[in-house]
Design a protein around this ligand. Structure first.
Ligand SMILES: *[C@@H]1O[C@H](CO)[C@@H](O)[C@H](O)[C@H]1NC(C)=O
Length: 292
């Protein structure tokens, strides 16, 4: 009982206060009606589920992935589900020229852009890291660098629409994870880059929201194949995960945690980081930087 009073109750209070103060507007599916949305990695898994949700909500979508054939099927289904329009452009996110051209083309197809959902990822089987330097480079290029290229190319359109970027990441982008070192590194990089960019946007009054989506294990075919027989954790449903990403992004949340364990959300909240970030920002002489 003493333990309860001393630790558990204060922790619970902080937790509830955090939730109370970070709660935003209520989500309504109409918020996506007629919105112009890009989804990458949309041929399967969470990306495909996001495309279907967006279609049901009446959004315009431009989808990308490597497989033309798979994308074509997703587009057809999106149109059946009620998408305002649905297009696809197949290509490889290892090719940065493609990444740039894709955003420009997508913008032309929809006549602008409201939401950029960055979701594609390099598939790497679980295993100890030995000497495969090439996998590190490819993970950084596909999982990180292409996200930067896509965002920067889309930024003029997003500034105009006061739009949003969703950066799909992972718990492995917040805490270390054995057997997926290159993946984890690339997901950590997303946090460093996009969280810094978000605070620059705040200073420069760029009204483009960035939502970092921190996902636990989700029951996509790829994740199930990779973890089968190796990892014993619970896998959350991809349909619900996809919806949570859309909700958090349209509500302009900074971060979104999707994991079955309440503890993940609570423990990763990291108030220490927020305090240090606040203090660091205060120490910068902004007037010496802005306008240079
Ligand atoms: C930023 O844009 C959103 C969406 O249009 C709007 O709701 C919000 O008030 C804007 N914020 C600022 C600080 O202008």
């Amino acid at each position: 009982m003493a333990f309860l009073k001393k630790f558990l109750l204060p922790i619970l209070m902080v937790f509830l206060a955090y939730y109370y103060y970070s709660s935003h507007d209520e989500f309504r599916p109409e918020m996506l009606q007629g919105k112009k949305v890009i989804v990458t990695g949309a041929s399967k898994g969470i990306g495909r589920e996001m495309a279907y949700h967006l279609a049901k909500m009446g959004a315009h979508v431009v989808l990308t992935a490597r497989s033309e054939e798979a994308l074509q099927k997703v587009v057809t289904r999106c149109l059946d589900l009620g998408a305002a329009s649905a297009h696809h452009i197949a290509g490889n996110m290892e090719d940065m020229t493609f990444a740039e051209e894709f955003v420009v083309e997508a913008g032309k197809l929809m006549g602008g852009l409201d939401m950029l959902i960055l979701n594609h990822v390099l598939y790497v089987p679980l295993g100890f890291f030995h000497d495969d330097i090439n996998i590190v480079r490819r993970s950084m290029e596909i999982n990180f660098y292409s996200f930067v290229v896509l965002s920067i190319t889309a930024l003029p359109m997003l500034k105009q629409s006061k739009g949003s970027i969703a950066v799909v990441s992972s718990v492995a982008g917040k805490v270390s994870h054995p057997l997926i070192a290159p993946y984890s590194a690339s997901k950590f990089a997303l946090d460093g880059f996009f969280s810094s960019l978000r605070s620059e946007f705040l200073v420069n009054r760029v009204n483009v929201s960035i939502t970092l989506c921190v996902l636990g294990l989700v029951d996509t075919e790829t994740a199930m194949k990779a973890t089968s027989g190796i990892y014993t954790g619970y896998a959350a449903p991809k349909e619900e995960c996809a919806l949570e990403i859309i909700k958090g992004t349209v509500l302009r949340q900074d971060e979104l945690y999707y994991d079955r364990s309440m503890w993940t959300t609570f423990l990763l909240g990291n108030p220490g980081r927020k305090i240090i970030e606040f203090i660091t920002t205060k120490k910068i002489k902004w007037d010496k930087i802005i306008g240079n």
